[in-house]
Structure formats: C-alpha cells, structure tokens
Design a protein around this ligand. Structure first.
Ligand SMILES: N[C@@H](CCC(=O)N[C@@H](CS)C(=O)NCC(=O)O)C(=O)O
Length: 161
C-alpha cells in the first residue's frame, strides 16, 4: 500500500507562506505567525527539504511560527542555530523544548504526535506504517540526496567555475 497523498490545499498554503518568506526575509529576518498560538517554531527557507516540513504542518492544521533561515547568508551555520540542528541545515523545528532536525524526522515526529485522526499518516505499529517508513527512508536516503547532487552539479558548480 502506498503512503497517503497530501491534499493540494496544504501544499498551497505552505507555498504561499514560503513565498512570503523568500521575498521578505532577504532584508531582515522576521517571524510569521499562523492564526493561533503554539509552541512550534519552524526554522526554514523555501527549498525542497524546507517545504516538506511546511506541508506537513499545514496538512495537520497545526498552529506554528516560522523563522526564516537565509541559507544564502549562512545563518544555518550560526552558533545559536547549531544548537537546534547540529548539522547546520534547514528545516528544523522546536516544539517547546523539543528540537527535531532532518525533514523526514520532522514529518514522522509531527504525524506520530499530532495526526491522531490519521489524515496523512498511518498508526505507528501498523503494517501500513512500516510501508510509510520504507518510502520515507527511500526518499531521504536516495531520491533526496541524488536530486540535491544533480542540482548542485547542474547549476551551482558550473556557476562557481
Ligand atoms: N537530509 C536533510 C537535508 C537538509 C538540507 O540539505 N537542507 C539544505 C536546504 S534543502 C540546507 O540547509 N542547505 C544549506 C547548507 O547545506 O548549508 C533533511 O532532509 O533535512
């Protein structure tokens, strides 16, 4: 069985919020708040891994605060951020005092904890959950890094020659 497909509504909301981020954060980082208050802060930037966390939060309808981490100015390598993600990359979240980094870990954390109605995930321990994990690890360990390298060698490394 394949993992559940998210609706386009969450993706659209995530894309809109991230578009706000990239246009507004270039000058000075600021917070964006969703309508309700919450303890979740998302540290992100509009990139393929960044949107995975945004889409999950939007699909679950969770209130959260977004802090833009401008990776083109290396904010992700600053000491304060390394305390949230020692690997110095986005996305990462804080849920109260709990830090979570790596987009796949964020997706699992959020769905395990908050997707009680099983809108976009399967119940931990079920056979479907194991299938969900398998596809998530396939994406995290294979497709994601390969796409990242293809992108780097196709666009960025050429520009640096
Ligand atoms: N495996 C990590 C990859 C994170 C990652 O590579 N993030 C990129 C943006 S998509 C980043 O922060 N790049 C800046 C850098 O490497 O310094 C995840 O899935 O979260």
């Amino acid at each position: 069985m394949l993992p559940r497909i998210v609706s386009s509504a969450g993706s659209w909301k995530a894309a809109t919020r991230l578009a706000q981020l990239s246009s507004t954060f270039k000058a000075s980082p600021r917070y964006f708040y969703s309508a309700m208050s919450s303890n979740i802060t998302l540290y992100t930037w509009p990139t393929p891994n960044g949107v995975k966390a945004s889409i999950t939060l939007e699909e679950l309808g969770l209130p959260y605060k977004t802090e833009g981490i401008n990776i083109s100015t290396n904010v992700q390598k600053e000491d304060w951020f390394l305390k949230i993600n020692p690997n110095g990359r986005i996305p990462a979240i804080l849920d109260g005092n709990q830090r979570v980094f790596e987009s796949g870990a964020i997706m699992l954390y959020l769905t395990d904890k908050y997707d009680k109605e099983r809108k976009i995930s399967y119940a931990p321990g079920s056979s479907e959950y194991v299938e969900e994990l398998s596809w998530l690890m396939f994406q995290m360990g294979g497709v994601g890094p390969m796409q990242g390298m293809a992108q780097y060698f196709r666009l960025l490394s050429m520009a640096r020659r």
